[in-house]
Design a protein around this ligand. Sequence first.
Ligand SMILES: [Zn+2]
Length: 217
Amino acid sequence: MMTKIPQRSSNNFETKMFYLKKPLRFVPLLILTGFLFANTSLAQTEFKLDGIIIETNAKHIDPAAFKAKITLAFELLKTKAPSDYATMKSFIGKIRAYQASGANFNEDIMTIDIAKATFDASLEWLTSVLAHETTHIKKYKDTGKKFGDAHLLTDKKAALQIMINEELDCNKVQLAVLEKVGGAKYEIDYLRAQKGDHFDIDKDGDYDMDDYKGRKW
Ligand SMILES: [Zn+2]
């Protein structure tokens, strides 16, 4: 007589565990996905300030500080340089905390990116940067060219000159705003001394990813 092979009934504990195990394997994945989602949405929040979306990002700048200082910059620009404020309002859809500062034409909404170093400068400087980046975006909207479409030129020297000219135009607007909002003398002197090639960080005569990655402002 054969030894009876024990049959597992459906009430058997191990059998239950077997059926439970499979779906349980997905639980950590679900938790992880949920965590990442919550993390992203917590890191990034947005609100509207006078019609412009302000996107905070805890990864780059403390959200409460970003909200407070951008609000002050808006107030300063509105009271001391109302025409520049009106220009910003008509061309800019979003201002966000980001890893590098700059005019961002590549978003659906025309965006000014603000990095920590720019943010940590004086309120007057930050305010003047809003006017600087607005000018880049206004030029794009007026001409359809991004930074003068310098990247389309094969002649790198000519391309650099186009970018320098655009920078000088934006610096001019920024300087006027910096003076209107009461920027410090050292800031005004610093901006006046710029040759328009501040984007060429590695000074190799062009502006490329090496420069972008080398930027901390
Ligand atoms: Zn610029």
